[in-house]
Design a protein around this ligand. Sequence first.
Ligand SMILES: Cc1cc2nc3c(=O)[nH]c(=O)nc-3n(C[C@H](O)[C@H](O)[C@H](O)COP(=O)(O)OP(=O)(O)OC[C@H]3O[C@@H](n4cnc5c(N)ncnc54)[C@H](O)[C@@H]3O)c2cc1C
Length: 366
Amino acid sequence: MVGGGVIGTMHAYLALKAGLEVIHVERDSIPSSASVRNFGLVWVSGREAGAELDLAIRARQLWGEIGSEASIGFRPNGSLTIAQTDSEFAVMQEAAAMDDAVLRGFRILHKREVQELEPLLGGNFIGGLQCTTDAAVEPNLLLSGLRNEMSKNARYEWRPDFDVVNFAHSDTGNHIVDANGEKLSADFLALCPGAAHAGFLSEYFQEAPIRKVFLQMGATAPIAEKLGHSIADADSMRYYPAFKNLSLDQLPPQSKLAKEHHMQLLLAPRFDGSFTIGDTHLYEEPFSHEIIEEPYEHLTNVISNIFGQKFKIAKRWSGIYSQSTSSDIYFRREVAPGAVIVTGAGGRGNTLSPAIAEETITSWAL
Ligand SMILES: Cc1cc2nc3c(=O)[nH]c(=O)nc-3n(C[C@H](O)[C@H](O)[C@H](O)COP(=O)(O)OP(=O)(O)OC[C@H]3O[C@@H](n4cnc5c(N)ncnc54)[C@H](O)[C@@H]3O)c2cc1C
């Protein structure tokens, strides 16, 4: 497996479970791309009805199993999407009446019911949409937790600092070569490079329906009180395809700043008492190296309004993910018998990762 992010690591995890001998290579000493920069959300609520939701539901099942095997901070904490206006609440009521609402675990809650679940939410809002199938992992535990679990098995080998610069296929299998000239060979090869669309795989990405997306993220300073659920604001309903057929035109106009930066509030509680918050979306390359401050002011205002208390941002960072721009849920390309590129799951890559990996392993007909 090439790539130490969540897609490559889930491939390694499920291939090992399927009985394969696995060599797992990563160019960095410690993976530091999208998979450690994200919210760690397993977000079923926003997935488009049909194939995407089916894949998310399967992934959620697998997360439950894997979360009980490996120390990755998995918890089925559910989410609350908060309505701050009557019209937002009305759209959430429509969501709770969708055909697949039960499958998603949707339930409409009035403010008092939200506060029974989460007393910390003491601000101005009307109610919320609960999603009981949403879950979360800790991004700073996930990859090492999965590797630690795999390392108990003699059939797993982790090779950091292995920067793949070439790939070839021959009668004897699939072969990769790293920057130091070391060669490894395997019957099956999953190339999971994330947003590294350049380099030795660039020929496969040149005309491909795929792009990169740049996001800004932050973390609040830890607090003593505990929050269970992950939180979203109603802007998230504009963004997630699950809600695309609802009366979104009835939502109040999005704030100028949130619109300009393609923002929503997502908030994931962390074990240390901080909240991971975001996000913005930038689609035009080349991306600037600069982190813009205004989106953080917007996010802290939204949170302060929902919680009824002020929060300070303690950390800021950015991340880039690879996103399929076709109707395909993610980018999968067989480049030789038994060798496949898997990336492009976009902002749902963490959520879908175990089910995506399962599709690859199944395709190898073991
Ligand atoms: C800010 C942010 C927030 C997000 N929030 C969520 C969320 O809450 N829920 C969700 O479902 N999704 C979320 N996503 C999306 C999700 O994080 C990504 O879809 C997912 O992490 C992609 O995983 P990956 O393994 O494909 O890529 P990456 O995590 O980028 O990993 C790819 C790895 O491959 C390695 N690599 C690349 N080229 C080579 C090479 N030549 N040789 C060796 N190794 C190589 C890289 O070093 C890297 O470690 C978010 C993304 C971002 C950026």
